[in-house]
Design a protein around this ligand. Structure first.
Ligand code: FAD
Length: 401
């Protein structure tokens, strides 16, 4: 029998809202504490693989997210220095049949809004903004989140979904600042209407060059289409940079070897912003008694496996499923959640790092060997490679190697 708990969720990003939905569905009361005064996400395109939809279905919002999604037909891998198409993985018939859900692109704001609307409509979820949690303290019986201004919120469990520089993680794991990867990403989103028709891209395309790569795809929001452009270069930069605006000329100068069509596309970008990407080494235990981490706070990863959001949604689905018991054994239930999630998320963190060096950024003979290997794979073999991530509706390791 379920005894209702009071659960504190720190952070109202995709992870915090998804967790609140999963927990409230078990009959618990949830208080979400969000630092920002207004809960709004940036309007950028994001990619969701079938495993994310399995999680969204479990959280009861899969249909609403599918309604706002575009379903691209192919993930394409190009050699950016020769212009050669190396491989393409179809995302239609056989892919959907094998993985049980589509691969989609959508506006991150739309995904967040679906979760926010569902939280507002759910019984038992309070959303409190302007509450920046500084730390937590716990006794045998309860746990208290303390905000920067000294306000206290007490519950039976606390979930830290407070992102990359999580205050909850600082207290729970205490592993300092995230690791700077040295990889700088440049990002621009622009209306597709501003791009000449002969340049309109389809699918999601990666252009791989020596020490750098460029990704583009189109997402739709509010009846319009938007082109997402992201170029990444391994500069070995030691300092973290977060959302710094940059001139277009500076961005184009980072990718001088890019071949003509992709270069013309990149040149359409406006209002560029840059980040230096960070992640962390996996940790085995993200729990401390009545506290646990979720999403980026638990397992920050480089974006190369395109799984940050998907893993976060999986966490929320699993957490909801394990919190179906008595408030008295909450610590044991959080340990179960951690045990169910840590191997899969750790593997994804490490694979994401490896993809940067081994798939996207090789040069010379290593790039040639990569192209030979990728172009020799059949469609089914490509599916085998991603099956442990895109499949796995139980959100454990999946069947891939
Ligand atoms: C460049 C880039 C591209 C990406 N592209 C993709 C993609 O295409 N697909 C994909 O699956 N993933 C992608 N990701 C990863 C994805 O964006 C994240 O993994 C995802 O946002 C995780 O959500 P989250 O809720 O855990 O954290 P966040 O989205 O960071 O949310 C954290 C929330 O906590 C709040 N908060 C922070 N501190 C406190 C505090 N002390 N007290 C209270 N509230 C607090 C914040 O205001 C925020 O609302 C990308 C990441 C990057 C960097």
């Amino acid at each position: 029998m379920t005894t209702s708990m009071r659960v504190l969720v720190v952070g109202a990003g995709v992870g915090g809202l998804a967790a609140a939905l999963g927990i409230a569905a078990r009959g618990h009361r949830v208080t979400v504490l969000e630092r920002r005064e207004e809960i709004v996400e940036p309007g950028v395109g994001t990619q969701l693989s079938p495993n994310a939809f399995h999680a969204l279905d479990r959280l009861g919002v899969g249909s609403a997210v599918r309604e706002r999604s575009s379903f691209i037909e192919e993930l394409r891998f190009m050699d950016a220095t020769t212009g050669e198409r190396v491989a393409g993985m179809p995302l239609t018939g056989g892919y959907r049949k094998r993985f049980g859900n589509p691969y989609a692109v959508l506006d991150r704001r739309a995904l967040h809004q679906v979760l926010l609307d569902a939280c507002r409509a759910a019984d038992g979820i309070d959303l409190l903004t302007g509450r920046s949690v500084a730390w937590y303290e716990q006794t045998d019986d309860e746990i208290t989140a303390v905000t920067d201004s000294g306000r206290r919120f007490t519950g039976d469990a606390l979930i830290g979904a407070d992102g990359l520089r999580s205050a909850v993680r600082r207290r729970l794991v205490g592993d300092g600042e995230p690791q700077v990867s040295g990889h700088t990403i440049y990002h621009s989103v622009l209306p597709l209407a501003d791009v000449p028709e002969d340049l309109h891209p389809d699918g999601a395309t990666v252009w791989a060059g020596p020490g750098w790569h460029v990704v583009h795809f189109v997402h739709r929001a509010g009846g319009a289409a938007f082109l997402n452009l992201a170029g990444t270069r391994d500069h070995g930069t030691a300092e973290a940079v977060v959302g710094l605006p940059l001139e277009k000329s500076h961005v184009l100068a980072q990718f001088p070897e890019l071949t003509d069509a992709a270069r013309r596309l990149l040149a359409r970008g406006e209002e560029w912003k840059t980040w230096v990407l960070t992640d962390r080494d996996p940790v085995a235990d993200w729990t401390d008694g009545r506290a646990a981490l979720l999403g980026t706070a638990a397992h920050p990863m480089l974006p190369y496996a395109v799984q940050g959001l998907s893993m976060t949604l999986e966490d929320a689905a699993v957490l909801g499923a394990v919190l179906d018991g008595d408030a008295r054994d909450v610590a044991a239930r959080l340990k179960t959640y951690n045990a169910l999630r840590r191997d899969r998320t750790a593997r994804t963190q490490l694979v994401a790092r490896e993809l940067g060096d081994r798939l996207y950024h090789p040069a010379g003979p290593e790039a040639t060997a990569r192209n030979t290997m990728l172009s020799s794979l059949t469609v089914d073999e490509l599916y085998d490679k991603v099956s442990w991530l895109h499949g796995a509706p139980d959100f454990t390791g999946g069947d891939g190697r």
